[in-house]
Design a protein around this ligand. Structure first.
Ligand SMILES: Cc1cc2nc3c(=O)[nH]c(=O)nc-3n(C[C@H](O)[C@H](O)[C@H](O)COP(=O)(O)OP(=O)(O)OC[C@H]3O[C@@H](n4cnc5c(N)ncnc54)[C@H](O)[C@@H]3O)c2cc1C
Length: 449
């Protein structure tokens, strides 16, 4: 087993573990978990490391980096069995060569499949199907906290529901089977509205069968709307256009904004320029540039490294879909107020996904009701810390639910309140499976003990 040393690990875990290891087999993971003397707790499994909370931190403990376990083990027309370290992009590329694709419309394809199954995600799903990536897992193989191994199959729905979005607290996943399907094309429709008009549009979007993604620009009073509908017989779209979209949103725009900050340090002069740049990027992407596509097209291609060391900061909250029009307007007001108070504002558009209700995982943020998520993003990070606190305050007042892997600034009390009885049930199983707290770090201890 190799010792893992990389900038990715240092940035993602943000603490000094006693050691970081890269196992290549389930036997090696068992050897780590069953030997507390040699491999001290907390033991934290890590995929790509793009989580933005301290869920991956293991001070004085052991990081288990799974990226070397990245093989495809079996593939047929309906399912694929993989090791957890393969990235969504690598898997999507392999599937595309067979005319197949993953379920779900999410755009950050650099994530590991294991991380996407064990952590909460965002996904603009068409129709009323589940919206967690993990919902499409039909069986899992796990090394338990004591080093023994167990399997969970599709007929054990309660246990599958616990293991999806379990954040590596019930064991380390070393093999998993996901549903796949033949590539399906969708059409993309776009529109733009002001925040006031959006209050009337939001209830319709909450019920729409189209997958819904929005880009909020509070300072331009603009919301860009992107709707996707399944369309048999439509052309699949152009890969170059989808690659351009990924490059523009996750690479070119943040880089341009960072360079701008160096050239124009005065914020009051810089922000209008960054708004114009962001709006121009959105306008280009939504003005008929992307008229059709598929999950396969969106998830293949090259991506930059997101995560703790990413060139932009990121924080997600989820809000009940039924009242989202009002919440979006309140978000605009909060951003304007924060700016007038502190002089800081996010210089990238906030990204919104509509998540259907999803009961496939006990800890799904959208378990009880459909939600809209707001992910605030910024390339300018001076002042981000205070913004995250104001955002948490705003979320608490507006029925916001945090994600354990994507919501820096969430308070323990609020998370316990929002996840309520589901968290209590999860906690009970965790204590049974991990009585010695091998996999528990300080971050999770406040929610799980
Ligand atoms: C800039 C940016 C953009 C983002 N955009 C999106 C987006 O569009 N959609 C979205 O859904 N998310 C997005 N995220 C959030 C992030 O990608 C998710 O949290 C994702 O699930 C993390 O995948 P990962 O491989 O990086 O997992 P990690 O961060 O490495 O791990 C996630 C959790 O799973 C656990 N884990 C990992 N592997 C295993 C395993 N094999 N067994 C048991 N537990 C394991 C870890 O301990 C951790 O608790 C974004 C994040 C950033 C920083």
């Amino acid at each position: 087993m190799q010792a893992a040393k990389s900038l990715r690990l240092a940035q993602a875990t943000n603490t000094r573990p006693a050691q970081a290891l890269q196992p290549t087999s389930p036997g090696e993971i068992s050897a780590i978990l069953s030997n507390p003397r040699r491999y001290p707790a907390p033991i934290r499994p890590i995929g790509f490391g793009s989580s933005t909370t301290r869920c991956l931190s293991a001070p004085g403990g052991t990081i288990v980096d799974l990226l070397k376990m990245n093989r495809v083990l079996r593939l047929d027309r309906e399912s694929v069995t993989v090791q957890p370290g393969i990235t969504i992009r690598e898997l999507a590329e392999l599937l595309a060569a067979e005319g197949l694709e993953l379920f779900g419309g999410f755009d950050l394809a650099n994530r590991s499949v294991g991380g996407a199954v064990c952590g909460a995600g965002l996904d603009a799903a068409i129709g009323s199907g589940p919206t967690q990536f993990a919902a499409h897992v039909t069986s899992l193989k796990i090394v338990a906290p004591d080093g023994s191994r167990y399997n969970v199959k599709r007929d054990n729905a309660p246990m599958l529901g616990l293991l999806r979005l379990s954040y590596g607290l019930l064991g380390i996943v070393y093999e998993l089977t996901l549903r796949v399907r033949p590539i399906q094309n969708f059409t993309v429709q776009s529109a733009r509205v002001g925040f006031k008009d959006f209050i009337n549009l939001a209830p319709r979007l909450a019920r729409a069968t189209a997958a819904t993604k929005l880009y909020l620009m509070p300072f331009k009073d603009r919301i860009f709307v992107e709707l996707r509908q399944t369309a048999c017989g439509t052309k699949s779209g152009k890969q170059i256009a989808w690659r351009f979209k990924n490059w523009a949103c996750y690479s070119a725009l943040p880089s341009a904004l960072r360079s701008l900050a160096k050239v124009v340090p005065l914020r009051s002069m810089r922000y209008p320029i960054s708004d114009t740049l962001s709006q121009a990027t959105q306008s280009l992407l939504t003005k008929g540039f992307l008229r059709s596509g598929s999950n396969s097209l969106e998830q293949t291609g090259r991506f930059r490294h997101p995560g703790a060391g990413a060139s932009f900061a990121y924080c997600t909250w989820a809000f009940p879909a039924a009242t989202f029009g009002r919440v979006a307007a309140a978000y605009q007001a909060m951003c304007l107020q924060h700016y007038s108070k502190t002089g800081f504002r996010c210089d990238m558009p906030a990204v919104v996904f509509r998540l259907n209700q999803d009961r496939s995982a006990l800890l799904a943020p959208n378990f009880e009701t459909p939600m809209f998520t707001i992910s605030s993003l910024t390339a300018d990070q001076h002042g981000w810390g205070d913004f995250v606190l104001d955002l948490a305050d705003f979320a608490a007042k507006n029925d916001g639910t945090p994600f354990f892997n994507q919501t820096p600034g969430m308070t323990t009390k609020l998370a316990i309140d929002r996840y309520g009885r589901r968290l209590a049930a999860f906690r009970k199983t965790r204590r049974k499976l991990d009585p010695n707290d091998r996999l528990l770090n300080q971050f999770f201890a406040s929610y799980m003990i």
